[in-house]
Write a protein that binds this ligand. Structure first.
Ligand SMILES: [Zn+2]
Ligand SMILES: [Zn+2]
Length: 154
């Protein structure tokens, strides 16, 4: 369940950011989707409303929104962006690349044990960690079972 965010304008103004057209539209695009779009995909959406915006502008503003805590970056070969700032995990489908939100539990006792053990063994000061899930989404699972049925049928 997502919390209803403040209006994008109010959120930007609260952080003293200028309300440039691209910045506001980028935040609205991000808040209007749960698909965790890449910068290129955000760019394509933003261009529908601001045909002259450049990819560089989109990148710059995405980075700024992340720095200001208004969006999160999901690292990977193609970084994805998320305006859902509630604590949550992600599931990536290894077949179609879809990224979906997965709710908690977020406080994992095992992770805390692991953190203490790693810190003691290595001297690393661990500030946070991330849990990611990978596998096949329901659509890809059903595609696969259909293919299997087809292949094995006489
Ligand atoms: Zn999939
Ligand atoms: Zn997410």
């Amino acid at each position: 369940m997502r919390t209803i965010p403040k209006s994008s304008d109010a959120a930007l103004r609260a952080r003293g950011l200028r309300l440039t057209g691209p910045r506001r539209v980028i935040l609205e695009v991000l808040r209007g989707t749960e698909s965790h779009p890449t910068a290129e995909r955000v760019y394509r959406f933003v261009r529908r409303r601001l045909p002259r915006v450049s990819l560089g502008t989109v990148y710059r503003n995405l980075r700024l929104l992340v720095a200001e805590g208004l969006a999160a970056e999901i690292p990977g070969p193609h970084a994805r962006f998320d305006a859902n700032m509630d604590a949550h995990h992600h599931f990536t489908c290894v077949r179609c690349g879809r990224v979906v939100d997965v709710a908690g539990p977020l406080a994992e006792p095992h992770a805390e044990v692991l953190r203490v053990r790693i810190a003691a063994r290595t001297g690393l000061a661990i500030t946070h960690h991330r849990i990611e899930f990978f596998g096949r989404c329901p659509q890809c699972r059903s595609t696969k079972s259909r293919q299997r049925r087809t292949r094995h049928s006489p």
